[in-house]
Write a protein that binds this ligand. Structure first.
Ligand SMILES: [Zn+2]
Ligand SMILES: [Zn+2]
Length: 642
């Protein structure tokens, strides 16, 4: 039983308290002190994880309220080592520290000689000992300064100095208190860059956090999960947990630099598969040195407090499998994509997901997904794959669909269609002059040839005008330069049309549009427009663009058809392929010829319908059909005349 005991100083390591006790006890032999404290003269002065602490607490019970738990938690390195140990292991260490038999503590705590080296001497911070002297009139050994890997004082950001008191191995039955005699400030030859110093200060503060917070024990899998989630957040692992080792090592080495890693015995050899950095991210069964965990956590961009506070589950695109957005695939819109790579876009720091499907279709989008609709969004197509290419070929070369329709059917923009048509060397219908254009031109006067300069001048004027008045409508521009407009209208109408501001739809920019009622209203207009087109004097192909233009809603329909489901469904049902309109023209031509009492012959139909020689089988059959129908009709007529 002790009759007195020194009051522990803040963050004083137990060894230091006992050393001060020894001085004050006046015991000449250390054996006596050991017997006072431990009831045994053979106790070993272990600095980091001492044992037999129940004995000390019991001997203190009459004069102090300090508990064994407080001794362990506040005056040993236990909290530092326990933070990254699984619960059973930290519990074992804790129990061993209380018991008389402390053998194997270091093994259980995962402290191995091969990792971060334990310092050889007690260390001190010159500024700390100065202020300790002023405040307490004596020096003491600070716990944090004795932690392996702490090279800098967290309070003063100053490099620690080694004292002359050995921390281990020298005389294991000795307790030496800190004093100005053994804490001599020596020259430190460590050339640290500002960045390195900053990293080491950060690390010592993280250690301080471990020492001063009682953290919840976690199992090793919890650490693996946290790490994979953070790696994914940093674009260093796929959403399914595959770590990009090369990039990881590169970025880690760049982040810390050789100087810091060497000082912490934690260099990483990229040429070796079995480096500690790669291993710490595997589902591990063994413990890693706390310093290495701290290095990894800072590298992954969060503080140690955040790391322990939140269970990380980083899924900016939700849980897989994810949707295949290849409109050409049978599994379109089905959750079949199992590979998702997440990276970061550099400017906005947002996650970018790259979804790779087994059908070869690879798309990406910027996340995180915030609504259900985001799951259907393609930011960019990275690869279309074989399935998509075969479908494109069929639509373009066999079904002879137009550009816009092809794009719509494959749910991509027309430029993507154009690019792949070129890439695959396909011959689409839209690269030659379209029959409908020929037909329209028959009825409009042929443009007269003008000297190129006149046209160029007018075009330049018109363009210039638009630059000066970027928000003016076509009608407004026309008032600014009526002569120019008139000339272009008469002589260069197509160009004029393509190079004028399109109709502005303020509604299209308004986020608060009531889309369902807008849809219903547009549907009515569209239905009327289609009826009008179908009864037009000459058959014009029903296309989305044509219908949209005829109701002056091109911008709205081009940009927001997806928000107009009724209109979209109706348009899908009425829009025509080139073949469709050709067949309709064949019937129309036959009717016209019949009305004009002309003999119906294939060449007349072909000319009148404006068919080019490469029309399809189906169109050819339609021509045969109308001729045979007509002959049959004539036959009936001639019979009835008879
Ligand atoms: Zn200090
Ligand atoms: Zn797919």
């Amino acid at each position: 039983m002790l009759s007195f005991f020194p009051k522990p100083y803040p963050d004083e390591i137990l060894y230091s308290i006992l050393a001060r006790y020894h001085i004050r006890s006046g015991n000449l032999a250390l054996k006596l002190t050991l017997r006072d404290l431990f009831n045994s003269s053979h106790a070993i002065a272990t600095v980091d994880l001492p044992c037999n602490l129940t004995a000390i607490a019991a001997n203190l019970s009459l004069i102090s309220e300090i508990t064994v738990k407080e001794l362990i938690q506040n005056h040993t390195l236990y909290p530092f080592y326990a933070a990254f140990l699984p619960k059973e292991r930290s519990q074992q260490v804790f129990e061993a520290m209380q018991s008389e038999q402390g053998g194997g503590i270091h093994g259980t705590a995962g402290i191995r000689a091969s990792t971060v080296r334990v310092p050889k001497f007690f260390r001190f911070c010159p500024q700390c000992i100065q202020s300790d002297w002023e405040q307490h009139g004596e020096l003491y050994w600070h716990r944090i300064h004795q932690v392996p890997g702490v090279l800098v004082c967290p309070d003063h950001a100053e490099l620690l100095h080694s004292s002359s008191v050995p921390l281990q191995g020298f005389n294991r039955h000795e307790y030496q208190a800190a004093s100005f005699d053994n804490c001599v400030t020596n020259q430190i030859h460590r050339d640290l860059s500002d960045r390195s110093l900053e990293l080491l200060v950060q690390l010592s503060r993280d250690v301080q956090f471990l020492l001063t917070n009682e953290l919840l024990a976690r199992d090793l899998n919890w650490f693996s999960k946290q790490y994979i989630s953070l790696l994914t957040e940093q674009g260093l692992a796929t959403a399914t947990g595959q770590v990009n080792q090369h990039q990881l090592i590169d970025r880690f080495l760049y982040f810390y630099g050789h100087q810091v890693l060497a000082a912490l015995d934690s260099t990483v050899d990229p040429s070796r598969d079995q480096n500690w950095l790669s291993s710490i991210f595997r589902k591990h069964r063994k413990a890693f040195h706390p310093i290495r965990h701290l290095l990894v956590i800072r590298f992954l961009g969060i503080s140690i407090a955040e790391f322990f506070r939140d269970d990380r589950n980083y899924q900016p695109f939700g849980a897989g499998p994810w949707l295949c957005l290849n409109a050409a695939a049978q599994h379109y819109l089905k959750p079949v994509v199992t590979r998702l790579d997440i990276s970061r876009c550099y400017d906005a720091k947002k996650p970018v997901g790259t979804f790779s499907c087994s059908c070869g279709f690879v798309y990406c989008r910027t996340g995180p997904d915030q609504t259900e609709a985001d799951r259907y969004r393609i930011g960019k197509i990275k690869a279309v794959g074989g399935v998509w290419q075969r479908k494109l070929k069929r639509i373009v070369e066999v079904e002879r669909s137009g550009l816009r329709e092809t794009a719509r059917r494959l749910h991509v923009d027309p430029n993507t269609v154009k690019r792949y048509v070129k890439l695959l060397g396909l011959t689409p219908s839209w690269q030659s002059v379209q029959p409908e254009e020929l037909l329209e031109e028959e009825h409009s006067p042929a443009p007269k040839l003008h000297p190129k300069t006149v046209r160029a001048d007018h075009r330049a004027t018109w363009k210039q005008l638009q630059r000066q008045h970027p928000h003016a409508s076509k009608t407004e521009l026309r008032q600014f330069a009526s002569a120019c407009y008139a000339w272009l209208y008469r002589n260069d109408r197509t160009w004029l049309h393509q190079n004028s501001p399109s109709l502005r739809q303020p509604v299209a920019q308004n986020n608060r549009v009531d889309w369902p009622s807008r849809d219903a209203q547009i549907l009515v207009e569209v239905q009327q427009a289609v009826q009008k087109l179908l009864t037009a004097e000459k058959p014009l192909r029903i296309t989305i663009t044509r219908v949209a233009k005829s109701i002056a809603q091109l911008a709205l329909i081009e940009q927001h058809l997806d928000k107009l489901p009724l209109t979209q469904a109706y348009l899908d049902s009425v829009t025509e392929s080139i073949e469709d309109v050709q067949i309709r023209r064949v019937h129309w031509a036959a009717e016209q010829l019949d009305r004009q009492a002309e003999v119906i012959e294939p060449w007349k139909i072909i000319r009148m319908a404006g068919l080019r020689p490469n029309y399809s089988e189906k169109v050819a059959r339609a021509i045969e059909q109308v001729i045979s129908n007509h002959s049959a009709k004539l036959l009936v007529l001639s019979r009835s005349v008879k």
